[in-house]
Every structure is written in structure tokens, then in C-alpha cells.
Design a binder for this molecule. Structure first.
Ligand code: SF4
Length: 343
């Protein structure tokens, strides 16, 4: 276990991020946040606006809440985050980041904002089922590129029609956005053979979310989905996209044991898939759940980091989506600084 700077003023966001993720919110005062400095992004979609705070190395996304114990004093160019944590006062100097679409430096776009499935932790089925056209998506990307330093295009989607309709819609969008010349990441519920087609259409990275640490929890949380489909698609994707290009989100705090989460992490990495361990944001049918404890967020991230080193995989090499953003997770390599991956 590495020592974290919890007992004194901390200058690095990475050292305090597990404590902040366990809170999940911030009260921003000072210079007010225009639309380009806030976002509806991330887990708990539909629950209100978020802010992205960075110290130049690490980044965190926090939901705006004027009752939050985390305070961000925004002066415009710079900002200071303070939090009276369990081990003493934490103070981090940094800045509030602008967003491209959804998160900083990315045009991360949701194609279908609704979903016919009803995973218990997810609020998306309750949102408007608007389906964006390829032209709408291209226009959002053009606006983001004009406004901000956008480095990639990331696409995700709920499922509104049949899986075949979803695939066809995605392929048309990829044809349309490819000329932007930016790395493209795709995170969807996969169909067999999807990765090959995505690769041919210029996609660099995929993220197919396993969501839960165990099959039993998956059956409880996502009763309409098939975990075997996801496992097979992930293995297939590694063969096509290669090292450090295939990701999966696993939610921490759904009721799994520590041993189950560790087993899941190791199993993913053995297959060349990099898991992103996402602390639960209680939402939808799980609104009564609690956020995971800071110490659990930290210890599982340390385990993930040690396993990443053992398997020679590195999420900091990612070009798109959540592993590049890092806003919602304690990210090995970048936040923990434990070591280097040997090439
Ligand atoms: S980590 Fe992923 S879900 Fe969270 S804000 Fe960034 S891109 Fe969105």
C-alpha cells in the first residue's frame, strides 16, 4: 500500500482523487460556469450538471451541488479545490476545464439518448429517445473542434431499435465522421463480428462494458443483456484492435466482494482487455445504494495498477473515451504514479 498525502495539504489531485470520488460532487463558487465549462456528462446521466477540475496531470468530474463538502473556488484562469477530508485539509491548485462535447478534449457523443434495456443502475432509459443523424453528429463535432482543442471522437449509444438498425446507424455515422481525421473510439453493446467492421471503418479503440464483476450480478443488474456476448466480443476485439486498444467499464459498489472484483480484473487483463473500475454513482433503481468508500476505490485501483504492470498493459496509452478522459475513475499510471509499463 502506498502512502497517500491525506494528513496535510495535498498539491496533487491524483493523491486526493479517491476521497473526492467517494463524495462525487463539488460546490463551485467565484467565476460562474458557462455552458462550455460544465457538462451533463458521465455516470448518473440526467442528474444535473458536472464540472471538470484538473491540476494539469489528473482530472476529475464532479456533479455540481451547492451543499457539497468539496469547494472549488474558480477564478477563471485558475481554481483551487479544497476539502476537509478525514485525514486533514486538502487543497489542490488547478483549473476548471472546458468541455468539447461531454468531456474535455473530446467530441464524445451519444447517438441514441434513450435505451430499450433497463439496467438497474442506469438512468438512460428514462431520457428522451432522440436519435442523432450523421449530419447532426458531424455538426456537433465541427462546433466542438471550432471551440476547443478536440483530440478525438468518441461515440456511444443506448439501444433504441433492433441491434441491426443500431449497427447500420453507427456505420453511416462512422463514414460521415472519418474525414475529421481524429482517432475514433466506439462504446456500444456489441453484435458478433462488429469489431472487424468497426476496424475497417477506421475505429481505433472499442469499449464494451461488462458493467459487473460477476456473472451473477450481471444477471441481476442487466437482466435483458447477455454477458457472454460481451465477453466474446471483447476477446474478438483484442485480436483486431491489439494492445491497449480494448476497454471495459466495471462498476465498483454493486455488491461484489473485493476478491470477486480482483478476479474480474485479472481475468480481463489475461485476455488483453483493460478494465476501467468505475465507482458507482447511485442512480435509477439503485438510488438507495451508497457510493463506494474512498479506501476501497484506492485499494482496488492499486491492485489494478499492479496487475496492469504484470500484464504489460497501459490505459494511459489510450486515445479516446473514458481511459483518455479519466474524469470518473481513479486511473492507474496517471493518478497513482506507481511505475512504468515495460513496452
Ligand atoms: S470518464 Fe468517461 S463517463 Fe466519465 S466524464 Fe469522462 S468520458 Fe464521460
Amino acid at each position: 500500500m502506498i502512502q497517500r498525502a491525506e494528513t496535510e495539504h495535498s498539491k496533487e489531485l491524483g493523491c486526493a482523487k479517491h476521497l473526492l470520488l467517494a463524495i462525487g460532487s463539488a460546490n463551485v463558487i467565484g467565476v460562474s460556469l458557462p455552458a462550455s465549462l460544465s457538462s451533463h456528462a458521465g455516470p448518473g446521466a440526467g442528474q444535473g450538471r458536472s464540472v471538470f477540475f484538473s491540476d494539469g496531470v489528473s482530472r476529475i468530474r464532479l456533479t455540481l451541488d451547492e451543499n457539497s463538502p468539496v469547494l472549488i473556488e474558480n477564478s477563471g484562469e485558475t481554481a483551487v479545490l479544497t476539502f476537509d477530508g478525514p485525514g486533514g485539509l486538502i487543497s489542490v491548485e488547478g483549473f476548471v476545464e472546458k468541455t468539447g462535447c461531454h468531456c474535455p478534449k473530446q467530441a464524445y457523443i451519444t447517438i441514441n439518448e434513450g435505451c430499450i434495456f433497463s439496467c438497474r443502475y442506469c438512468n438512460v432509459p428514462n431520457l428522451d429517445k432522440h436519435i442523432k443523424t450523421p449530419d447532426e453528429i458531424a455538426s456537433l463535432i465541427s462546433d466542438a473542434v471550432r471551440r476547443e482543442n478536440v483530440e478525438c471522437i468518441s461515440l456511444t449509444s443506448g439501444v433504441v431499435g433492433t441491434m441491426q438498425e443500431e449497427d447500420e446507424r453507427l456505420f453511416a455515422i462512422l463514414e460521415r465522421v472519418r474525414p475529421f481525421g481524429l482517432p475514433i473510439g466506439v462504446s456500444v453493446y456489441p453484435t458478433p463480428g462488429l469489431s472487424q467492421r468497426l476496424f475497417e471503418l477506421g475505429v481505433s479503440e472499442v469499449k464494451f462494458n461488462l458493467e459487473t464483476a460477476t456473472g451473477k450480478l450481471f444477471a441481476e443488474m442487466c437482466p435483458s443483456l447477455d454477458r457472454d456476448v460481451l465477453c466474446n466480443a471483447l476477446k474478438e476485439a483484442v485480436g483486431i484492435f491489439g494492445k491497449n486498444r480494448v476497454y471495459t467499464n466495471i462498476i465498483l459498489g454493486l455488491g461484489e466482494s473485493k476478491a470477486e472484483m480482483k478476479q474480474c480484473i485479472t481475468h480481463c487483463l489475461e485476455n488483453g482487455v483493460i478494465p476501467i473500475i468505475r465507482p458507482l454513482t447511485p442512480s435509477a433503481q439503485l438510488s438507495h445504494f451508497s457510493r463506494p468508500l474512498a479506501e476501497d476505490i484506492l485499494s482496488i485501483s492499486e491492485f489494478l495498477q499492479s496487475e496492469l504492470l504484470r500484464f504489460g498493459l497501459d490505459p494511459s496509452a489510450s486515445k479516446t473515451m473514458c481511459a483518455k478522459c479519466m474524469g470518473c475513475d481513479l486511473t492507474p499510471m496517471t493518478d497513482l504514479h506507481l511505475g512504468e509499463v515495460t513496452p
